[in-house]
Write a protein that binds this ligand. Structure first.
Ligand code: NAP
Length: 553
């Protein structure tokens, strides 16, 4: 470790990148603990994911009352969600409300993209540069950049020649797009595409849906929240949050939905009743109706077949219905989609499904695109083609650790972290909902709060003891990565080509990135590690390094 005693103090204790849920709560926490910091945000306002994803139909697939901050009882009591699953405008209003209420915009520099972040060993600080010419130093760097913030647009031949409008859902114009009466194509049928297709079909003159792989989608059964439901939630908020924090996914508002028995122990009639009951309640609970749907292919097949049967019942054209039925991967292995009338959309006269597996796109033309079956004329193409998930935002920032090592080099074969919070050789870098943590498999606000609180506690712990550096070692990191892989390998999640595995980005290493053991189990592991004097973390101060587990007080 380098002696940093004589080095000049950095400009800030911390630089935070991003001003969505994670960045805003970081500001609140760091400020309340007296740390100095600067926040850089690419957008011109707060909101992160909910700032960028303004596409028609954008809606959350976690229950509103849970997809929100729990740290302030005042906010919980004064904010009233209008729907069971909030639309993007309402979530963005909420985020703005929180930012205003706690005056969180003060330290944020908007319209600023971080272009490089380099750890300076001699000074023991991060040098952060931005596209606006900023060069600031901070002891710690916290990435609050979200897991789904680098949009992917496929590289189809002729796409640049297309003269119509082109949009990616994750970068939707703030002023909106008038699609009324237009000939529109939506490419992609993941969570985003399913929402956008359902909404755009009602507006467009004609909508072409470009589907490569059909997805399992369940009805959200979205509805306005009733005054008595809101009263009940507000009266029991503390208890709901407490249960959520120790649950599997952070989603407990309507009761524990995880089945306790095997699907194979139930009779076909019992299973049918249970699946139907859960279909009617709405949300993702159908895929956890039995304890083995996520781990046993036969059990899984019973739920998958129930959904396929529903699709065939809803969609009137049997050929279209068959194209919409997912058959190549287990249900729940990809992120389950929630919809508000998606399959019904294909009964509309103004909607055409193009099954790209049967009739691939040959090329885009100045006026549309050409498949093996013929030409389609378009005014607009909407790409709902997903994101370079989880690692994409981290690798886009030119992060360089000790010895000038690039994060992109270290993670060439896939991300490696300890707890999804830090990565060896990149001292004083904390990642909120980083790879190897449960973030994307949970109600993400629950995971974000846990990470921000963990980091804030850790910074306080270090300050109290005069530590100026935190890192981990490769052995600890390898053990965590193996643990994350072992958990994933015991499930059917690894059997689908999903963004969890990076499979949607050509050339990205196929590694299951999130921790799948559940937010409660993960929280417990984090707490035990802290209680065990930050087991696996190495701290240093004034040139002296110290392995935490050797005792730190
Ligand atoms: P996604 O799940 O990765 O889906 C991308 C879609 O684009 C897939 O259907 C994919 O087909 C298709 N695609 C990609 N490249 C293509 C190509 N070259 N040609 C044709 N099709 C192509 O992305 P997403 O729908 O944006 O969702 C990402 C995640 O964001 C979700 O899983 C969810 O976690 C989050 N999200 C949440 C909500 C919500 O809260 N309701 C809403 C939207 C998004 P293949 O399947 O064949 O790859």
């Amino acid at each position: 470790m380098t002696n940093i005693e004589a080095a000049p103090a950095p400009d800030f204790d911390t630089v935070v990148i991003g001003a969505g849920f994670a960045g805003l709560y970081s500001i609140y926490k760091l400020r309340s603990l007296g740390f100095t910091f600067r926040v850089f945000e690419r957008g011109d306002d707060v909101g992160g994911t909910w700032y960028w994803n303004r596409y028609p139909g954008a809606r959350c697939d976690s229950e509103s009352v849970e997809y929100s901050f729990s740290f302030s009882e005042e906010v919980q009591q004064e904010w009233t969600w209008s729907e069971r699953y909030s639309g993007q405008p309402e979530i963005l209003r909420y985020i703005n409300h929180v930012a205003d209420r706690f005056d969180l915009r003060r330290e944020i520099q908007f319209n600023t993209t971080v272009t490089s972040a380099k750890y300076d060993e001699a000074k023991n600080c991060w040098e952060v540069r931005t596209d606006k010419g900023d060069e600031v130093t901070a002891r710690f760097l916290i990435t609050a950049t979200g897991c789904l913030s680098v949009p992917q647009i496929p590289d189809y031949r002729g796409l640049s020649d297309f003269k119509g409008q082109k949009y990616h859902t994750g970068n939707w114009p703030k002023e909106g797009v008038d699609l009324k009466g237009k000939r529109v194509a939506v490419m992609g049928t993941g969570s985003t595409g399913i929402q956008a297709i359902t909404a755009i079909a009602k507006e467009a003159g004609h909508l072409v849906v470009l589907q490569r792989t059909p997805n399992f989608s369940l009805p959200a059964q979205n509805a306005l929240l009733k005054p008595e439901e809101i009263r009940e939630v507000k009266a029991t908020y503390a208890a709901i949050r407490k249960r959520a924090r120790m649950s599997a996914s952070g989603n407990v508002y309507l009761g524990d939905s995880m089945g306790k028995t095997s699907a194979l122990d139930a009779s076909p009639e019992e299973r049918e009743r249970e699946f139907e009951r859960r279909w009617q309640i709405g949300g993702a609970r159908l895929v956890v109706a039995y304890k083995d749907i996520g781990t046993d292919e036969t059990a899984n097949g019973t739920a998958a077949e129930f959904v396929r049967k529903k699709i065939r019942q809803i969609v009137k054209d049997p050929k279209v219905a068959e194209s919409l039925c997912p058959t190549t991967y287990p249900i729940g292995a990809k992120r389950i989609c929630l919809d508000s009338g998606y399959f019904e959309t294909f009964n509309r006269d103004n909607v055409t499904l193009v099954d790209l597996k049967k009739t691939p796109i040959m090329e885009f033309t100045p006026t549309g695109f050409l498949t093996t079956e013929g030409e389609f004329q378009l005014d607009c193409v909407v790409f709902a083609t997903g994101f370079d998930a989880i690692t994409g935002p981290l690798l886009a920032m030119g992060i360089m650790g000790a010895g000038g090592r690039k994060l992109s080099e270290k993670w060439q074969a896939g991300p490696r972290t300890y707890l999804g919070l830090i990565t060896a050789g990149f001292p004083n870098l904390f990642m909120i909902t980083g790879p190897g943590s449960p973030g994307v498999l949970s109600t993400v606000t629950c995971s974000i709060e846990q990470h921000v609180e963990w980091i804030a506690d850790c910074l306080t712990y270090m300050r109290d003891r005069g530590y100026t550096t935190i890192d981990t070692d490769l052995q600890t990191e390898d053990a965590w990565v193996n643990h994350v892989n072992d958990l994933a390998d015991a499930t059917l999640h690894v059997k689908a080509n999903s963004w969890y595995l990076g499979a949607n980005v050509p050339g990205k290493p196929r590694v299951f990135m999130p921790y799948i053991g559940g937010v409660g189990a993960y929280r417990k592991e984090c707490e035990e590690i802290v209680a065990d004097s930050y087991r696996g973390f190495n701290f240093a101060s004034q040139g002296k390094s110290k392995t935490a587990s050797a005792g730190t007080s």
